[in-house]
Design a protein around this ligand. Structure first.
Ligand SMILES: NC(=O)C1=CN([C@@H]2O[C@H](COP(=O)(O)OP(=O)(O)OC[C@H]3O[C@@H](n4cnc5c(N)ncnc54)[C@H](OP(=O)(O)O)[C@@H]3O)[C@@H](O)[C@H]2O)C=CC1
Ligand SMILES: CC(C)(CO)C(=O)C(=O)O
Length: 297
């Protein structure tokens, strides 16, 4: 029996936990901030349900084989009480978050050699506690190597396609480059496609070009087609569509992962002497957008 604890059973944590819970060889525990009863996920292939143990008090948690952290990046430090109870020597801690700084964010909480950074491409929205809509097939990647291979193997009996990637750095930057343009609709509060113009294209392209340049300076391989794809996705977006979790959080008045999604491009750009004026302006504007939250990690 493999024991797995998921910290943060929101859109991603809840979906991943429900898929893993379909395997009778896994014992799943949800470590929740807000209590929930069970999980019901509308997936592209039908509804799946799961009834794992739910804990809300970290002092009741026991060590496990795997911890999967799926909180937002700005909630990292609040997971310490859980990690202190769940992690012992041999526990692997998979960080399922957007961004490129999984290890930096957690290495003060868990020994770095027990951390497994994870990139997930799986659009999911939480409609109520434990109620999630997964709108497309999911893909998940960890770095190639022992822990990454074992992490990918956990998903063998799920509809989520998992792989260990020999060039995880590039995988993470390519995902960031695909996501970074969402800052524009998060500011304008409408899809970019119906109001597309040369000027709007220059902004979206600028954001993505800056991201690609910084990623390349960090050592990632980011093909130009990724930048072009970010631009064409923005151009083709339909009226009323939501450009992922940043845009959804802005519309809901939630705190946003501004720093992990676009602030990081500015910060790491400065480290490499790469100008990132487009991201800097948009990050500053979004942080000043009237949301009760300022740009956090
Ligand atoms: N949603 C999506 O489509 C995608 C999201 N991602 C990334 O995945 C990560 C998770 O995002 P998402 O699932 O959307 O976020 P959600 O806000 O839906 O879920 C985050 C969950 O973390 C919980 N949480 C926060 N702090 C703690 C804590 N200390 N202990 C226990 N639980 C805690 C929240 O609790 P509470 O229930 O109280 O809110 C919530 O259940 C982000 O980095 C995001 O960028 C990546 C790809 C797609
Ligand atoms: C674009 C998407 C849905 C891809 O998984 C994503 O990463 C997000 O919304 O945060």
């Amino acid at each position: 029996m493999t024991t797995i604890a998921v910290i943060g059973p929101g859109a991603i944590g809840g979906t991943v936990a429900a898929w893993l819970a379909q395997n009778p060889d896994f014992r799943l525990t949800l470590c929740a901030r807000t209590p929930l009863d069970d999980l019901r996920i509308e997936t592209p292939n039908g509804v799946i349900t799961a009834n794992p143990m739910v804990l809300t008090d970290p002092s009741t948690a026991q060590p496990v084989d795997w911890v999967l952290v799926a909180t937002k990046t700005y909630d990292v430090d609040s997971t310490k009480a859980w990690l202190d109870r769940l992690v012992v020597q041999g526990t692997r801690v998979a960080i399922i978050q957007n961004g490129v700084e999984h290890v930096r964010l957690f290495e003060h909480l868990v020994p770095a050699d027990q951390l497994v950074p994870v990139i997930i491409n799986l659009p999911a929205v939480r409609t109520a506690l434990g109620r999630i809509v997964q709108s497309r097939k999911g893909f998940i990647w960890a770095p190639a190597g022992h822990s990454g291979d074992e992490f990918a193997a956990l998903f063998a009996h799920t509809d989520i396609e998992a792989a260990a990637d020999a060039d995880f750095l590039s995988r993470a930057w390519i995902k960031l480059c695909g996501n970074c343009g969402a800052i524009v609709p998060s500011l304008t509060l409408r899809a970019t496609g119906p109001v597309w113009s040369d000027d709007l294209e220059a902004i979206v392209r600028g954001v993505a070009e800056e991201c690609a340049a910084v990623g390349r300076a960090e050592g990632a391989i980011v093909p130009q087609s990724v930048v072009d794809g970010t631009v064409s996705n923005a151009r083709d977006s339909r009226e009323g569509s939501i450009a992922g979790s940043l845009h959804a959080d802005r519309l809901a008045g939630n705190r946003m992962e501004i720093d992990a999604r676009n602030g990081v491009i500015v910060r790491l750009g400065a480290k490499h002497g790469i100008p990132t004026p487009m991201n800097k302006v948009l990050v500053t504007l979004l942080a000043a957008s009237g949301s009760p939250w300022v740009a956090g990690t």
